[in-house]
Design a protein around this ligand. Structure first.
Ligand SMILES: Nc1ncnc2c1ncn2[C@@H]1O[C@H](COP(=O)(O)OP(=O)(O)OP(=O)(O)O)[C@@H](O)[C@H]1O
Ligand SMILES: [Mg+2]
Length: 251
């Protein structure tokens, strides 16, 4: 489980989150919504221990362990996996190399290479990406939508316990959006991870029904509810639904 308590986060001397609290139990799916610039990606990056974000107050416990004492590698080893809003391109490291190394690290050297190749080929078919992607550099020169699918390839191979999806649905065509949504749903049904979905769109939440929905504004969660809260926002907007005052974002 994840327990974020009264978190204050700074970047470049600007306070981005203040008194931010959020709790996820094992196997729960939560959606985080909020206007542009509210701080949604910031919390995702803080969870991955991005050094650009300084936690000046508060605590984060992951399965009762102090996440703020860990670095990115340690967090990843605990099975935390972020699909970022803009997945990073890593020139010179192929998908296969990264996955083989990481799986070897996870399994302590008993990886069967034939099984590994078979699994990757099968996943490429399922995700409707060419099998040549296996040997392409991570996200390098891939289109926006291809990057999102490539990240899902990593997810299926690495089998994380805590999935953070930061606008995985942005930039996808209608067919790709359905495919990506269904792939995530299938993964959740098979492995029951804890999931934090950051999104502005309805389609993904319609496929992967969240247990709880939160709205971020004024640097903290201002409202929480079930899926009905998301439906209300999609219908009426944040200000229309009286969740956020018009022009309420701090400078
Ligand atoms: N490294 C940083 N340095 C300075 N300011 C930052 C940094 N990262 C984020 N910010 C600022 O913090 C605020 C929150 O950014 P963030 O990316 O978390 O928003 P968001 O809720 O994800 O928005 P969007 O819906 O547009 O993706 C913005 O005003 C942004 O400019
Ligand atoms: Mg963002």
């Amino acid at each position: 489980m994840l327990q974020i308590k009264n978190l204050t986060v700074k970047a470049l001397d600007k306070i981005i989150l203040e008194d931010f609290s959020l709790e996820l139990n094992d196997g729960e799916i939560h959606a985080l919504m909020g206007q542009n610039g509210a701080g949604k990606s910031t919390i995702a990056k803080v969870l991955m221990r991005d050094k650009n974000y300084k936690v000046v107050k508060g605590s984060i416990l992951l399965n009762h362990e102090d996440l703020l004492k860990m670095d990115t590698t340690e967090v990843a080893r605990l099975g935390v996996f972020l699909v970022g809003q803009n997945p990073v391109e890593i020139e010179g490291v192929s998908n296969a190399e990264m996955l083989r190394t990481t799986l070897n690290d996870q399994k302590k050297n008993d990886l069967n290479i034939l099984e590994f190749n078979k699994e990757l080929t099968h996943l490429c078919e399922k995700l409707e990406i060419p099998s040549s992607f296996i040997h392409r550099d991570i996200n390098y020169n891939m289109s926006g939508g291809e990057k999102k699918k490539n990240e899902l390839l990593h997810m299926w191979m690495l089998k994380p316990h805590f999935l953070i999806l930061d606008e995985i649905d942005s930039g996808l065509d209608v067919d790709a959006l359905k495919l990506v949504g269904n792939s995530i749903k299938e993964y959740i049904e098979e492995y029951h991870p804890m999931v934090l979905i950051i999104t502005h769109q309805k389609t993904l939440l319609d496929i992967v029904k969240p247990d709880k929905v939160h709205v971020l504004n004024h640097k903290k969660i201002v409202q929480s509810g079930d899926y009905l809260l998301a439906e209300k926002i999609f219908k009426e907007g944040f200000s229309g639904a009286s969740i956020i005052d018009r022009g309420s974002l701090d400078a």
